[in-house]
Design a protein around this ligand. Structure first.
Ligand code: IPD
Ligand code: CA
Length: 257
């Protein structure tokens, strides 16, 4: 069934996602005494018991409120939608930061309908930050409207990026870093794609790029960046580029492999 575009319902969806993200954040702030680490696609790619517990909490709460919605979760949660709404969840984006007790890890909850991304919530409790967006409704940081930096030239641009867990792909990614670094102001690797996109949205970064992102990495942060005025693209080679309209073409060209 197609989702009807009712602004009241969209606000309810956002309020639900905010409530659930805050609940998961509260649980995650209680760090376990010991981590139980399970590797995924490579030795570098892992999840902890907390990634799984966070996904359970989020999925249970969303389906309790909206049993007909679909779910796509990084840790494997998956169910089809009969309402037209599908939630796309990263229960901890920035798992390596979480493991090392570095700030910036977050809970990323997006919702999409037949027209694409509809709701985005990125909650990073260690930096007291919540970014939100509803499609065509603007982007917000802790309740205040935000917009990306524009115009910015490449040589003045502070750019965020991240790296894949696959070592072969990292070799390619390091070549791109080598070609890009001399062309820009500086580069940051903060450890969370969702927050990187939100940093573009609020002007804390001028741009961001990364190859090989998964849907849950960018579902919420991507909508927040777009609603803040940024351009977000992913090319055939799988390179995602996000920046204000004036910087986006030059950054896209500079990160071509
Ligand atoms: C990772 C982070 C990281 C990015 C990786 C993602 P995870 O997500 O967002 O910054 O470089 O590509 O996989 O594994 O911590 O959820
Ligand atoms: Ca994750």
């Amino acid at each position: 069934m197609p989702h009807s575009h009712n602004p009241i319902e969209d606000k309810d969806l956002l309020a639900l996602a905010v409530r659930v993200a805050r609940q998961a954040g509260e649980m995650l702030l209680n760090r376990p005494l010991a981590f139980d680490i399970s590797t995924k696609t490579s030795a570098l790619d892992f999840a902890t018991q907390m990634d799984k517990a966070s996904e359970h909490l989020i999925v249970d709460a969303l389906l309790e409120a909206r049993p007909l919605d679909g779910i796509v979760g990084e840790e494997g949660a998956s169910c089809p939608s009969t309402s037209g709404i599908t939630w796309v969840i990263d229960p901890i984006d920035g798992t390596v930061n979480y493991l090392y007790a570095l700030p910036g890890w977050n809970i990323s909850i997006g919702a999409r309908d037949e027209n694409g991304p509809l709701i985005g919530v990125v909650y990073a409790p260690t930096v007291n930050s919540i970014w939100t967006a509803i499609r065509n409704g603007g982007a917000f940081f802790n309740g205040l409207p935000i917009s990306c930096n524009d115009p910015v030239t490449l040589e003045r641009a502070l750019i965020g990026t991240g790296f894949e867990y696959d070592v072969e792909k990292r070799i390619e990614q390091s070549r791109v870093v080598a070609q890009l670094l001399p062309l820009i102001r500086d580069l940051r690797r903060m450890g969370s794609a969702a927050v990187d996109l939100c940093y573009v949205a609020m002007g804390a970064f001028d741009g961001f790029y990364e190859s090989g992102l998964k849907e849950w990495d960018s579902a919420a942060g991507g909508l927040i960046a777009i609603e803040a005025g940024a351009v977000l693209t992913t090319n055939e080679a799988g390179i995602t580029v996000c920046a204000g309209p004036s910087l986006h073409p030059a950054l896209s060209k500079a990160v071509l492999q």
